[in-house]
Structure formats: structure tokens, C-alpha cells
Design a protein around this ligand. Structure first.
Ligand SMILES: C[S@@+](CC[C@H](N)C(=O)[O-])C[C@H]1O[C@@H](n2cnc3c(N)ncnc32)[C@H](O)[C@@H]1O
Length: 375
């Protein structure tokens, strides 16, 4: 006897048969209550189908200096056209498109100011840096089928993140790569929005010494130092990154922050900290690398010490698209790692001996979630 599929599966097949039926689609538009729902679904689907146009409108508005120019003062169409190097019809077309997605807003007399989205963007250096960075991700995604078929990496994102493909292929991390400056600058630009979430959600002041593993140029530690001047701080990253971090930290008056060079895949971690942070680190790596790194963190911590993992995660309610679609494909193109659920981290942490594993809520889980675990 063939077993009956479970209820959920039967329901989903029934629902999908209805949704696919042209008759149902027509009827739902005629019934007032269903029409609302159908319109909402249609609008969000249309947003996905046409989303690339909005992304490119945004890129053009940023690249042509329209967002930066309007951030300082309103301007007329002719002025914006001249400074952007566009003729009037092209500038008008772009401004109308940008207004439709709330990047700019028209004023009296053929003048413009920023829209709500444009204003929020103009004040966010991290988001602007990501818009620039996304050009290479966009190139990698030009043929998504080819990207999925050829396997992970092999494109521009993989070249940008010089350590990632090597980690995915289990080769040693490159120790003298000028590319580290480019990705570290990108990370530093987007770090303040992550640090703010973390510092608001957890009391770092109750720790004695913090070691930030994969700490880049020290942008996170600089934010921690500003809020908790009494906390001893140390950073660990690949040797060229740690060397650059030393210079950056010194120039910011943070000479007391230690910068250790090494690879967490090959070297032990420095000991002496009662709090270790892994900020946007683990999702870059495959499970074997992550399990080995977590075991090293466990070994480096004293009994009772704390590990804090911070990154966007898969299965985040309300931000599924960020965790699973954006990071899923981003990390695939980059050549290693995967977005993980909180549950997946619990299993990995327990497997190396951590306990008291819990999630600490952040205000914007889309930017970062936080997991705490104790040795
Ligand atoms: C995505 S960035 C995150 C940087 C920083 N934590 C932040 O959130 O801004 C990943 C960092 O991990 C470092 N990293 C990658 N592989 C490493 C390894 N094997 N050993 C030490 N650091 C490594 C990179 O150099 C980079 O600084």
C-alpha cells in the first residue's frame, strides 16, 4: 500500500494547484476580500521579477553623484543632468525612476530633494560601500544557472575574498595578499551598523578581555573601545590583515589593542581572553573548518569563558530572503561557507563542548543575529 503524504504536503499541493489555475486567478481578482490578498502577492512577485531594474536605478543614482549632491542641497533637473554628464531627457528619465522607488522626491520648480530611502542611504556609508561592492556579485550572477552548474567560486567574488576559495578547497590561506586591504576596507565601512546592534544587545562591560577573531582592521574593536574603555582588547587575523590593523589602530589612538597575526586554520589562538567574538566569520567557512575553529576557541577560553557569534543567519523570521537567498548565493559565488540556522550553530557548538548556548536578540536580525555560548 502506498503511504498517504502527510497533511502539510497534501495541503501545499492543493494550494498550489489553485494558485496555478487561471480560473482561480481570475476569480480572486473579482472577490473583494481575495482581491486584496491577490494584489499583495502580485505586487511582491512583480517586485522580484523587476528587482534588478531598481537595483540598477539605485546604482546609477549613486554612481552619477545624484544621491551625494542632493544630500547637501536640493538641485534642479538641469543642474543634476550637467553634474552627472547626462543630457536632459536621460536625467529626467533617471530622476523619475529614482522618485518611483523613493530615492529622490520632486520639489516645486523642477527641483529635487532626497526621498525617504535616499536620505537613509545617504547617511549610511556601509550601505553605499555595499552598493559599489555588489557590482562584482552582480557580474557573477549574470548567468545564475552557469554559476550553480560550475560549482562554487571561480568568479569575481571569489577573487575579491582571497581567503575564501582557498578555504573551500582546503588550501592554506594566502598570507601576503594585497586583496586583503580591499575586503578589509569594505568590512570596516559596514562594521559600525553591526557593532551598534551587538553593543546594544550584550553588556561587554562584564568581561575582562575580548579577543576578536578575524577582526579585520579593528573596526569592531574601535567601537567596543569607545563604549567600554576599561575592557582589554585583542585582534587575531591573517598576518597582512593584522599588520594593517596595527597601523589603523595606532592611528586611531588605540595602541593598547593587541594585533596578532596568524591563520585560525593552521595556528592556535592567543589565550588570556574571557570573551571571544566571531563577527561575520563562520558563515564564510564550511562545516569542517567551523568545527575546528570552534574547538580552537574552546581551547583558548578559560572555564566559564564566553564565545559570541554574530552574523546574519538562515531561517531568520522576516529576513529569510537576506539569510537564505542573498547570503546563500553570495557565499556560493564566493567559494566557501553557507548561511546557517541558529539550530545548526547549536549542534556545532555542542559538538566541541560549549554549553549554555542561547540567542540574544538584536534590534535588526537582518544585519546580525547573536549567539552566546559558555565553556
Ligand atoms: C568577512 S570578514 C569579517 C571581518 C570583521 N570581523 C567584520 O565583521 O568586519 C572575515 C575576516 O576573517 C579573516 N580570516 C579569513 N580567514 C582567516 C584565517 N584562516 N585566519 C584568520 N583570519 C581569517 C579575514 O582576513 C577577514 O578579516
Amino acid at each position: 500500500m502506498i503511504a498517504k503524504p502527510p497533511f502539510r504536503e497534501r495541503f501545499l499541493l492543493w494550494r498550489n494547484a489553485w494558485l496555478m489555475s487561471p480560473k482561480f486567478q481570475r476569480t480572486s481578482m473579482r472577490l473583494p476580500l481575495l482581491r486584496r490578498v491577490a494584489q499583495g502577492h502580485a505586487a511582491s512577485m512583480f517586485g522580484i521579477i523587476t528587482g534588478f531594474v531598481y537595483t540598477k536605478t539605485l546604482t546609477a543614482a549613486v554612481d552619477l553623484g545624484i544621491i551625494a549632491r542632493l544630500a547637501s542641497a536640493p538641485a534642479g533637473t538641469a543642474d543634476l543632468a550637467a553634474s552627472a554628464g547626462l543630457d536632459l531627457p536621460a536625467a529626467s528619465r533617471l530622476l523619475a525612476a529614482a522618485a518611483a522607488i523613493d530615492l529622490v522626491e520632486p520639489l516645486e520648480g523642477d527641483r529635487w530633494t532626497l526621498g525617504q530611502r535616499g536620505a537613509a542611504l545617504a547617511g549610511n556609508a556601509g550601505a553605499l560601500a555595499m552598493i559599489e561592492h555588489h557590482k562584482i556579485f552582480y557580474d557573477d550572477l549574470a548567468d545564475p544557472v552557469a554559476l550553480l552548474r560550475r560549482g562554487r567560486g571561480g568568479g569575481k567574488l571569489a577573487a575579491f575574498w582571497s581567503y575564501a576559495e582557498a578555504a573551500g578547497r582546503d588550501e592554506p590561506a594566502s598570507a601576503a595578499d594585497p586583496a586583503t586591504d580591499a575586503y578589509s576596507a569594505l568590512m570596516a565601512a559596514s562594521q559600525p551598523m553591526v557593532a551598534e546592534q551587538m553593543l546594544d544587545a550584550h553588556d561587554f562591560g562584564r568581561h575582562r578581555k575580548l579577543l576578536d577573531v578575524g577582526g579585520g582592521h579593528g573596526a569592531f574593536l574601535a567601537e567596543v573601545a569607545a563604549r567600554h574603555p576599561g575592557l582589554a582588547l585583542a585582534l587575531f587575523d591573517l598576518p597582512p590583515v593584522a599588520e594593517a590593523a596595527r597601523a589603523v589602530l595606532d592611528s586611531r589612538g588605540l595602541a593598547h589593542v593587541e594585533a596578532h597575526g596568524g591563520s585560525f586554520r593552521d595556528d592556535p589562538l592567543p589565550t588570556g581572553a574571557d570573551l571571544v567574538t566571531l563577527v561575520r566569520i563562520l558563515h564564510d567557512h564550511d562545516d569542517a573548518v567551523v568545527a575546528a575553529l570552534l574547538a580552537k576557541v574552546h581551547a583558548a577560553l578559560p572555564v566559564g569563558g564566553t564565545l559570541l557569534i554574530a552574523e546574519p543567519m538562515a531561517g531568520t523570521k522576516g529576513a529569510e530572503a537576506m539569510g537564505d537567498a542573498y547570503f546563500g548565493l553570495y557565499l556560493w559565488a564566493m567559494g566557501s561557507g553557507r548561511p546557517r540556522t541558529f539550530k545548526a550553530y547549536v549542534a556545532l557548538l555542542e559538538s566541541v563542548g560549549f554549553h549554555h548556548i542561547r540567542e540574544v536578540e538584536t534590534a535588526l536580525p537582518m544585519v546580525t543575529r547573536m549567539v552566546l555560548a559558555r565553556k
